[in-house]
Design a protein around this ligand. Structure first.
Ligand SMILES: C[S@@+](CC[C@H](N)C(=O)[O-])C[C@H]1O[C@@H](n2cnc3c(N)ncnc32)[C@H](O)[C@@H]1O
Length: 254
């Protein structure tokens, strides 16, 4: 099997950097807000949410708030605990900031390849610290963390490449402190990590404990914030409407 499908090569860090370079070289009126990098550039320049289309690239507003509640309910870490969390592929930091509100005592670091997203996040969401880092699955993060969180992070959500999934899971699990958890959230799209579940479990079962749970719908969890009930209703609604739904991976070193 090839390392990555040719139509997914754009997610490789060098290719993302090339797109970022092109968006940065444009005049501000020519920026393409349909691309993440263009949207981040407009957001940093002070454009309104609607004009930057940031809501199409990042989880923002009430969805970020509800998602952070879902995360707390899923990982079951008490909000009073002090611990270290890394949010990888954090974009402009809306979800990172919502997580920080739930865990005000935690040390939280956000990482993203996009310079403008990180510049915006550092301005908007201090004292959380955000870093420009192209994550490649080999190099460790800045330090070890109790929770490494990846929400709709391209290496897990825009390719079916098992090699990419294995390498990023192993790389990010290496940045966990003992007892720590790697949390990956991914919608069930045509190309995503969820498609490789059994193969990943087969290949990594000697070193990692991997659990998969359903992610409840935002609309349902917002009004019924009880995880088992919200998950049951989500499964029913997804079945009726033929919606793919999302999965949350919870991975620990053995
Ligand atoms: C769909 S956005 C999700 C942003 C945020 N997690 C959220 O859900 O709101 C994916 C983000 O991952 C970042 N990204 C993709 N591949 C990356 C890599 N290899 N290293 C660092 N960041 C990456 C992109 O720049 C983008 O900001």
């Amino acid at each position: 099997m090839s390392k990555i499908e040719s139509d997914s090569e754009w997610i490789l860090p060098n290719n993302l950097k090339a797109v970022e370079g092109r968006e940065k070289n444009k005049g501000i009126s020519e920026v393409d807000v349909k691309s993440d990098f263009g949207s981040y550039r407009m957001l940093l320049a002070g454009a309104k949410t609607e004009d930057s289309l940031i809501g199409q690239h990042n989880c923002i507003g009430i969805r970020a708030q509800v998602y952070s509640q879902i995360l707390v309910a899923t990982v079951k870490i008490p909000s009073t605990r002090s611990f270290a969390l890394a949010d990888v592929g954090c974009g402009a930091g809306f979800v990172t900031a919502a997580i920080h509100e739930r865990y005000p005592k935690a040390q939280i670091h956000g990482f993203d390849i996009a310079e403008d997203a990180i510049a915006y996040a550092n301005k908007a969401f201090a004292p959380i610290e955000f870093f420009v880092q192209p994550i490649n699955g080999n190099e460790p993060l800045k330090q070890k963390y109790d929770l490494v969180h990846a929400m709709e992070f391209y290496p897990f959500t825009r390719t079916n490449s098992l090699e990419i999934h294995l390498s990023y899971i192993n790389g990010l699990a290496n940045s966990l402190r003992p007892g720590g958890t790697l949390v990956i959230t991914a919608a069930n799209t045509e190309k995503c990590i969820n498609n490789n579940l059994s193969e990943i479990q087969n290949q990594l079962s000697s070193t990692l404990d991997i659990q998969i749970v359903q992610q409840p719908s935002y609309q349902i969890f917002r009004y019924i914030p009880v995880l088992p009930l919200a998950n049951m209703l989500t499964a029913i609604v997804n079945k009726i409407l033929g919606r793919p739904g999302s999965r949350i991976w919870l991975i620990k070193n053995k």
